[in-house]
Write a protein that binds this ligand. Structure first.
Ligand SMILES: NC(=O)c1ccc[n+]([C@@H]2O[C@H](COP(=O)([O-])OP(=O)(O)OC[C@H]3O[C@@H](n4cnc5c(N)ncnc54)[C@H](O)[C@@H]3O)[C@@H](O)[C@H]2O)c1
Length: 267
């Protein structure tokens, strides 16, 4: 099941903002465990090197490449470097992204622009430079990492106007990519992620929205979930693994929601 032997996975944001497991880091490690050679990109090369070291210690293959996914030339160079090293790209995981709260009145134009670029342009650039490789091969699978913020527009009592808009845009981008390539052997799907306990919580959210109290923030996040607790990066990684595996060969242009029941409880 989910054998990725012989496949090459191009994973953006393959490091993590803090110790532990971010979504890109867990995904890179899981894809490598299933036999894929991983090409891990990160703006913070040393964070991606931690991921590479874990993969290599487990006997897998991973190369790390410094890349700012917001800069077209850097993404183009990364794709060329991956092709030089591995000769193909079978899997693209567009994982780079993150949230900033705010409504149109309180949010600055600069934050709005940054959010749209961070969550949407990064995936556009990933697709722009990886798709020609997949089209040449006649095969490929793309997993885009979105958020339930792209389906609902008020998370835990807060408005995330730009995050919601950009993640909704990412879901639309994924469907458009899927249909544009549906006869070319390429699938594109979105993992719609709920409220997870990743290093982001302690590294950024506790100061951004938690008033400096990590335990209180974690308890509040857990309380809002029908399953009673946040998921983690492995829940995201397992969903990505299924969506990019051959077992999902008839699935394209759709979403897999990984949220412990939040969307079902509050559609
Ligand atoms: N953590 C959650 O609760 C949660 C919930 C819903 C959706 N998501 C989504 O999951 C994805 C990953 O989130 P995370 O919290 O696991 O990741 P993270 O914040 O730990 O970041 C992963 C890596 O991305 C790198 N990165 C940041 N900007 C980059 C850029 N411009 N170019 C290249 N690399 C860059 C960072 O250096 C980091 O190593 C995001 O798209 C996020 O929106 C997360």
């Amino acid at each position: 099941m989910h054998d990725l032997s012989g496949k090459v996975a191009f994973v953006t944001g393959a490091g993590s903002v803090g110790p532990g497991w971010g979504n890109g880091k867990a995904t890179a490690v899981l894809l490598a465990r299933q036999g894929a050679k991983v090409f891990g990109l990160d703006i913070n090369e040393s964070a991606a090197c931690v991921t590479r070291d874990i993969i290599e210690k487990e006997g897998g293959t991973c190369l790390v490449h410094h890349c700012n996914m917001l800069v077209a030339d850097e993404v183009k160079n990364a794709v060329e470097a991956c092709m030089k090293a591995f000769g193909r790209i079978d899997i693209l995981v567009n994982n780079v992204g993150g949230s900033a709260p705010g409504d149109p009145v309180t949010m600055s134009e600069e934050v709005w622009d940054n959010q749209i670029d961070f969550n949407l342009k990064t995936a556009f650039l990933g697709c722009k430079y990886v798709l020609p490789v997949m089209q040449q091969q006649g095969s490929g699978a793309i997993a885009n990492i979105a958020s339930i913020a792209g389906l609902r527009h008020h998370i835990a009592g807060r408005t995330y106007v730009a995050y919601s808009s950009s993640k909704a845009g990412l879901i639309a981008l994924s469907k458009a990519v899927a249909l544009a390539n549906v006869k070319k052997g390429i699938r594109s799907n979105t993992i719609v992620v709920g409220t997870m306990h990743t290093p982001l919580v302690e590294a950024r959210l506790v100061n951004q929205i938690g008033g400096g109290d990590a335990a209180a923030l974690i308890a509040k996040r857990n309380a809002g979930i029908p399953m009673g607790k946040m998921g983690d990066a492995w829940d995201v990684a397992n969903a990505v693994l299924f969506m990019v595996s051959d077992e999902a060969r008839y699935i394209t242009g759709t979403e897999l929601i990984v949220d412990g029941g939040i969307s079902a409880a509050r559609p």
